[in-house]
Design a protein around this ligand. Sequence first.
Ligand SMILES: *Cc1c(COP(=O)(O)O)cnc(C)c1O
Length: 389
Amino acid sequence: MPDKKNFETEAIRTQTPTTAEREHSTPLYMTSSFTFESAEHARALFANEIEGNVYSRYSNPNTDEFVAKMCKLEGAEAGVATGSGMAAIFGCLAGLLKQGDHVLASRSLFGSSHQILSQILPKWGITFTYGDVNKTENWESLIQENTRMLFLETPSNPGLDLIDLEWAGKLAKAHNLIFVVDNCFATPYLQRPIEFGADIVQHSATKFIDGQGRAIGGVIVGSEKYMEDIRFFTRQTGPALSPFNAWLFSKSLETLPVRMERHCDNAETLADFLGDHKDVNFVKYPHHKDHPQVELAKKQMKRGGGVVCFEIAGGYDKAKSFINKVNMLSRSANLGDTRTIVTHPASTTHSKLSDEEREAVGITSGLIRIAVGLENAEDIIGDVEQALG
Ligand SMILES: *Cc1c(COP(=O)(O)O)cnc(C)c1O
């Protein structure tokens, strides 16, 4: 059998070796430290002469299994698991950048990523410039002598704007930039940025990777060349992922392909329904015919993903009434759950942005994000329909 197996198989069959008990499912290694056979064994481990577990802030069989799976699925050489998606993003930025460096980033970023770039990194002399997703032709002119990283999210949260990964990969290569992608919305099942030249991919495992709304976590994968500095940073500063959460995520990855197919089926059905509804100004879904970048979406994403957004006619008043009227759907700020969730980004996840910043990324007062779950599509649409009425 060839070494490299298909995605579904790798998601299931990448496992830590079984113990003497011959268990079929990977056990939970809920231990903070590991023992040494001898003084010499301990010395060799600490001198990095041999591989092995020492302490769960550094490594643990559960986090290792989760990282190994994510590397296989993203096509990456190496990785690091973190306690949250934001710890993954911060670990990647702080591990690779130094005082005086500059980041070229997409303006359409997750709210906390925006806070890190604009409020936290400047304290250490690391600056950034935003490029607009619909004006990529001027991104090259935004690159400075000290620009070291290209950081983007596609599809973006919540606007579902896309960036051409092939184009971005070439731009990064031409200017010697570390190319980093937040692949949270697509998951490796739908989009593999490394195939387009990304050096590093990061995830909030909290979302589709867990897929069941149970745990917070994150992961960074990419080329070993960069992972060395990131690993040093995360091991020393300590945003370690709990073995329990790693165990959950690793189990969840076994069903990622089947879950994503169902998320996409339901999201497509809902996007079609919303696209034809009289009280909806527009619907946005990567593989929907009305998405301005549908061709690009079809080129770089296998399917459209599990998030749909739409603008309700009537602004914030109507958006509020919609959010208040849903019965079965959950009012929450999370996404990537089995349960369908409705969110009003302008007043919640993106409320810390200024009006101008929100406007620049299309987060209008009538914009609603639906993170489509795995319930029967008829029931999801039934609830959306009555809440729109
Ligand atoms: C949720 C999210 C994050 C942050 O992840 P946490 O696990 O909440 O820390 C980062 N990027 C995107 C696109 C997200 O949706």
